[in-house]
Design a protein around this ligand. Structure first.
Ligand SMILES: [Zn+2]
Length: 328
């Protein structure tokens, strides 16, 4: 009886001891995570990528994002929603929501700093319109920009030309295709479906008109940067060959605006292409050239940092993001 009792007592003592030990351990456990708790801060992205092209330096900037419903009906207007959704799902993409990124680019030739497109500007802040902040992060200031090249006049490309009613790049001259300028400055562009771009052209481009020069297919912006007509997306949409010390890259503007849908199905119509068939023909021509010549390209709406390659695949092409090719 006493043995049993003492046994119980020993067990009781062990339980009590465990309890005593457990108490501070448990309370420490409950306090520690609370002390270490980090706040949720949302998605973040790098704001620039600076890279080499022969003797040139280039950088792409993350102006921001827009997250509309899609890819259908923005992409694949001439096919069924189901077909577009299947292509998205087959490529591990959401079928109902998408993200469009904006990537202006600078080229430092050593003599001039040339900026291609200016982002969305104040109209889309805070989600986009962050070019100036991204440039600052990369070590550039707006007053260093010597030339601003506008690939075409859509709002995500000319929105950042002016800031608070003043030129955002005060020392720059401007270059674009004459057909683009003429189309968006004609009176009809202030009406109906064209009015949004027409009015933005009036506020952001026209005040700079005397600093604009027009470029044609095959002409040079500066030595090493040559225009290549790529119409269809808009009447004067222009791409650019950039070359230094035998290294080449194509700056494509908006010739191909979804890294899966427009690459794998270049024939599919896109809402933002003004001439659907013309844009598809340009897309196939440029993608074919990039795939056969195996040169890198940067294009405004490719996944950031928007530098990659194109590989032929099936009835279309595949996007191959650059890794370290441009760092060496
Ligand atoms: Zn665009």
């Amino acid at each position: 009886m006493s043995q049993i009792k003492s046994g119980l007592t020993r067990r009781g003592a062990m339980v009590a001891a465990a309890g005593v030990l457990a108490t501070p351990y448990i309370s420490k456990f409950t306090i520690t995570p609370a002390e270490a708790k980090a706040p949720m801060m949302g998605v973040s992205m790098p704001s620039h990528y600076r890279f080499k092209l022969g003797g040139f330096e280039m950088a792409s900037f993350h102006d921001g994002v827009w997250q509309p419903d899609g890819p259908h009906p923005i992409f694949g207007q001439n096919v069924s929603a189901e077909e577009v959704q299947k292509l998205a799902a087959d490529n591990m993409l959401p079928t109902a929501k998408m993200e469009i990124q904006f990537a202006p680019v600078v080229v430092n030739t050593g003599n001039e700093l040339v900026l291609f497109d200016t982002g969305n500007g104040a109209a889309r802040r805070p989600n986009a319109g962050n070019l100036a902040a991204a440039m600052k992060g990369a070590g550039y200031t707006p007053d260093q920009v010597d030339v601003v090249v506008i690939t075409h006049f859509h709002p995500d490309h000319i929105g950042g030309l002016m800031e608070d009613g003043k030129p955002a790049f005060p020392n720059a001259r401007y270059v674009t295709h004459e057909a683009e300028y003429n189309f968006w400055t004609k009176p009809e562009a202030m009406e109906g479906g064209l009015a949004r771009v027409g009015k933005l052209t009036a506020s952001n481009v026209k005040p700079l008109a005397d600093k604009f020069t027009f470029i044609k297919d095959g002409a040079d912006v500066v030595s090493g940067i040559r225009a290549m007509e790529a119409t269809g997306h808009t009447p004067g949409h222009t791409a650019y060959h950039i070359e230094s010390d035998g290294k080449r890259i194509l700056l494509g503007g908006d010739f191909c605006n979804h890294y899966v849908v427009s690459m794998q199905r270049p024939d599919w119509h896109v809402r933002f292409d003004m001439d659907k068939e013309g844009a598809a023909a340009t897309r196939k021509k440029v993608l074919g050239m990039l795939a056969s010549e195996k040169i890198p390209f940067t294009s405004y709406h490719m996944p950031f940092p928007a530098v990659g390659y194109v590989e032929a695949m099936g009835e279309g092409y595949r996007y191959v993001p650059a890794s370290y090719q441009m760092n060496l």
